[in-house]
Design a protein around this ligand. Structure first.
Ligand code: BGC
Length: 340
């Protein structure tokens, strides 16, 4: 009798364990997040890896895809929509290229989060997770202004300008904000652009592809700086700074004051070696952690944490955003920080 009781109790326990197992399987169905990023710079790979890891730690199934061209990315997003993920995260190669493609996501009520780069002219985008792009542009201008002591009349200095890819809204914001700060020094002659190439269109590097910056810096050095010194270069990111510095080295010129963006490990190394002056680091773990919280909120149907509801009018709506704070890295702090 005693053994029969124990046997029954054991059966009951097994039964309820199986039941609760089934229950959790049914209620906690895995949610899927599709991530579509460019593969144009190493910083995107780091962001993709970081986002995947954090989302998997939260129990999501993650499908990360990279693409090299706008057309390839449009196809990827189209095919991802057919799989009905719970959320799509897009780092757009071209901010304006998803107007049609995202209509299907909207019809299916799939939330879309713009990552790092805003998606323009579509109301299918729910939120935007990025760094404060205006502050990045300001930071580049202010650093150059201080490094050259421009406020106290420093100069004249020769400067050449580079900007990011025209199809990315960020590139325009960075350049406009930096130029607003440097403008007065061009006007009063403290900064001199010997090439005269000073509009966004003249200095943009197509697709942010650093290979596209090489012929231009070669040409600038050959035409304008054989006997003159190039004192300053505005570089829109670290990849492009690497190519510019490579050509300056090959030409046997001294290193200029030069900016960067992203905080690439290669840039940390160049700063330590005294080749690159500074970078504005966008810690991938900071942005992806914020993005993961945003994804969790939209998947659960709650309000994500946002800190900007004014700056990102995408042409159709103001996209609510969370903007993370970037960090300036130069010789004064590079050794106390780990590159990511
Ligand atoms: C990002 C930069 C990045 C560049 C090239 C921009 O949209 O804001 O951090 O270096 O794209 O990928």
């Amino acid at each position: 009798m005693k053994y029969a009781k124990i046997f029954c109790l054991t059966l009951l326990l097994i039964f309820s364990a199986v039941l609760s197992g089934c229950g959790s399987g049914a209620t906690q169905e895995t949610k899927t997040v599709a991530v579509c990023f460019p593969n144009t710079t190493s910083s995107w790979q780091r962001n993709g890896d970081s986002l995947k890891k954090l989302l998997e730690d939260e129990g999501f199934t993650v499908d990360v895809q990279f693409s090299a061209t706008v057309e390839e990315q449009q196809q990827q997003v189209k095919s991802v929509i057919t799989k009905n993920p719970n959320c799509i995260v897009i780092g757009a190669i071209d901010s304006e290229a998803f107007v049609d493609v995202l209509q299907d996501a909207q019809k299916k009520n799939i939330p879309v989060i713009a990552f790092d780069r805003i998606l323009l002219n579509t109301d299918a985008v729910s939120y935007y997770a990025s760094f404060d792009n205006g502050a990045i542009g300001d930071g580049m201008g202010e650093y150059i202004e201080a490094a050259l002591n421009l406020k106290n009349g420093g100069g004249p200095y020769n400067i050449e300008l580079f900007a990011g890819g025209p199809s990315d809204k960020n590139a325009h914001i960075f350049f406009a904000n930096t130029m607003k700060i440097l403008e007065p020094y061009f006007r009063n002659g403290q900064l001199v652009c010997r090439s005269g190439q000073n509009t966004f269109e003249q200095v943009a590097v197509a697709d942010w592809n650093s290979a596209n910056a090489r012929p231009r810096i070669q040409e600038l050095l050959n035409r304008y700086y054989t006997s003159e010194t190039l004192n300053v270069v505005l570089s829109p990111n670290d990849d492009i700074a690497g190519v510019i510095l490579d050509e300056i080295e090959k030409a046997g010129k001294s290193y200029p004051v030069i900016s960067g963006l992203d905080g690439d490990p290669a840039a940390f190394q160049r700063i330590k070696e005294g080749k690159q002056t500074f970078t504005i680091a966008k810690d991938p773990d900071v942005l992806t952690a914020k993005c993961v919280r945003m994804i969790k909120a939209v998947v659960e149907g709650t309000q994500p944490d946002i800190n900007d509801v004014t700056n990102y009018d995408n042409g159709v709506k103001i996209v609510p955003a969370y903007l993370c704070t970037p960090m300036i890295i130069d010789q004064t702090n590079v050794n106390s920080l780990a590159a990511k």
